[in-house]
Write a protein that binds this ligand. Structure first.
Ligand SMILES: Cc1ncc(COP(=O)(O)O)c(C=O)c1O
Length: 398
């Protein structure tokens, strides 16, 4: 029996593959430090869990409206409106099972067979796959490390064609932690209006920003730009709620309705109890969020300093999210003590897991061969020990 052609176009998630390998080695009793995780190591704050327990007892066990409960849509409209200084109506919001489903819905509502979506890279690998699942063609535009991986405006412009339907990026970015500067966002917005394509901003790491970095949402530029923008946001990363699967999209009403039609014929609504939890999250106290952010920042500094101290490695300073993205290309082409040549970043990651018992994700999974991604969403002890293991293993390559 054959599978559909669509499956031959889609790559499985490499991040999940790394986590699975680390878990398999751990199950054998080996002490593996995993920098693979794309989720906070903190537990969901207890007031959110308590709200979910209460909601279950109060009957949050049924279908909700496809687009989300009226209470959550209204709260998200208010929450995003406050964050961006905009007035947002509940009808401009749709709640989905994670930001990933919001992106999936948006892409399927926007892209026809053969349409193009511009993706600044390095970027989260799922963008390519979601575009392809919708029948579209990802058009990547690489940013250089000297420019914090933000692509040059002229390179983005060159990527535009009559088939361009959207540009999609996350700021802060997974995997680099870089942020799109305001000048570039304004230039992208001007291009989107001129050539009439969508700007899909994946703001899932919006609240995890460090130092002087500032978030800039293009929808705030003008009503015209807002009419071309889909804001994707959610509770997964900021509220340590990855497993609850709640994300949101904010877009012009006709697009929200289209996304609702798609969702209504696929997953229907996000789980009722999880919507109640998300409501408690965004309406509740923010002190625990801030303490998580501060802890991520502490680990970020320690990890970057240690990575930069490795001879041959360089690392752009991440401004947000919880990832470091060092350039380890200097170690490619070298030999392991056993005489095996490390030909690419995937083999380098295999070497690190075998020789150093540290799991990291190859940069090629994000369109950046020669790099690796380390998540510092793990304890400070793991950050210190894991990077020192890497620092000891890399010089053994000759
Ligand atoms: C850039 C980016 N967008 C979206 C997501 C998915 O978010 P959610 O768990 O809410 O679906 C991730 C998760 O790794 C991500 O890194």
């Amino acid at each position: 029996m054959k599978l559909a052609r669509r499956l031959s176009l889609i790559e499985p998630s490499p991040t999940l593959a790394v986590s699975a390998k680390a878990a398999a080695l751990r199950a054998k009793g080996l002490d593996v430090i995993s920098f693979g995780a794309g989720e906070p190591d903190f537990d969901t704050p207890s007031h959110i869990k308590d709200a979910a327990k209460r909601a279950l007892d109060a009957g949050a066990t049924k279908y909700t409206l496809v687009e989300g409960t009226p209470a959550l849509r209204a709260a998200v409209a208010k929450w995003l409106g406050k964050a961006h200084g905009m007035v947002i109506e509940p009808g401009e919001i749709i709640v989905s099972a994670g930001a990933k489903q919001s992106l999936f819905n948006a892409m399927h509502a926007i892209v026809d067979e053969g349409d193009e979506v511009i993706i600044p890279t390095p970027a989260w690998g799922s963008y390519n796959e979601i575009v392809k699942m919708a029948g579209g063609r990802p058009v990547t535009v690489a940013g250089a490390p000297e420019n914090s991986f933000v692509p040059r405006i002229e390179d983005i412009e060159k990527a535009i064609s009559p088939r361009t339907k959207a540009i999609l990026f996350s700021s802060p970015c997974n995997p680099t932690g870089s942020m799109m500067d305001e000048k570039t966002v304004r230039a992208i917005a001007a291009m989107a209006v001129k050539h009439d394509f969508w700007i899909i901003t994946d703001d899932i790491y919006r609240t995890l920003i460090y130092g002087d970095a500032r978030f800039f949402q293009p929808a705030t530029i003008s009503p015209e730009v807002r009419a071309h923008t889909v804001i994707v946001d959610g509770v997964s990363k900021s509220f340590a709620m990855t497993g609850w699967r709640i994300g949101f999209a904010c877009a012009p009403k006709f697009l929200v309705e289209a996304m609702g039609t798609l969702q209504g014929q696929s997953t229907t609504n996000a789980a009722a109890v999880c919507q109640a939890a998300a409501l408690a999250a965004i309406e509740g106290p923010t002190d625990e969020l801030e303490s998580m952010r501060v802890e991520f920042d502490r680990r970020r500094k320690v990890m970057i300093k240690a990575l930069r101290a490795i001879p041959g490695a360089t690392c752009v300073e991440p401004q947000g999210a919880f990832y470091a993205f060092p350039d380890f290309s200097a170690f490619l082409g070298r030999k392991t003590p056993e005489g095996k040549t490390i030909a690419n970043d995937a083999q380098l990651c295999e070497y690190l897991i075998e020789a150093a018992r540290v799991a990291v994700v190859p940069g090629s999974a994000f369109g950046a061969p020669g790099y690796v991604r380390l998540s510092y969403a793990t304890s400070m002890k793991n950050v210190e020990e894991g990077v020192s293991r890497i620092a000891a293993a890399l010089p053994r390559l000759t």
